[in-house]
Design a protein around this ligand. Sequence first.
Ligand code: AMP
Ligand code: ZN
Length: 114
Amino acid sequence: MTDCLFCKIRDGEIPSEIVYENEHVLAFNDINPVAPVHILIIPKIHISTLNDLEKDHTQTMGELILASKKIAELKGFSEDGYRTVFNCNENGQQTVFHIHLHLLGERLMSWPPG
Ligand code: AMP
Ligand code: ZN
C-alpha cells in the first residue's frame, strides 16, 4: 500500500529504530512510548485492521505473536511479564491502519486498560 506509514517504515522510506526482523515481521520502537519498552511488531504484508484478517494470514499472525515472545526474551523481561495489545478501529483507538502488535514491558501494567 503506497500511503501507509508502516509500509513506508518497512520500506525504509521513514526511519525507525528496528529491534527485530525476520521474513514475516518487522519490529521497531514506538515513537511515543507508554512504557519503558514499547515496541511495535508489524507484518511485512499490508493488512489494515484485525477485521481484514483472512485464513491465509494465519501464519503471518502467528509469526507476530512469536516475535513478541522472542523480543521479550532478547530484552530480558520474559519472566517479569509484559503486555501485548492489538487496537482495532475507533473504539480500540487504532490510529495507524496497518496491523501492529504493541509489546509493552519493564513496568507493572494496570487492568482494566483505559
Ligand atoms: P495504534 O494507536 O494502536 O494505531 O498505535 C499506533 C502507534 O504508532 C502509536 O503508539 C504511535 O506512537 C506509533 N507511531 C506513530 N508514528 C510512528 C513512527 N513514525 N515510528 C514509530 N511509531 C510510530
Ligand atoms: Zn501498510
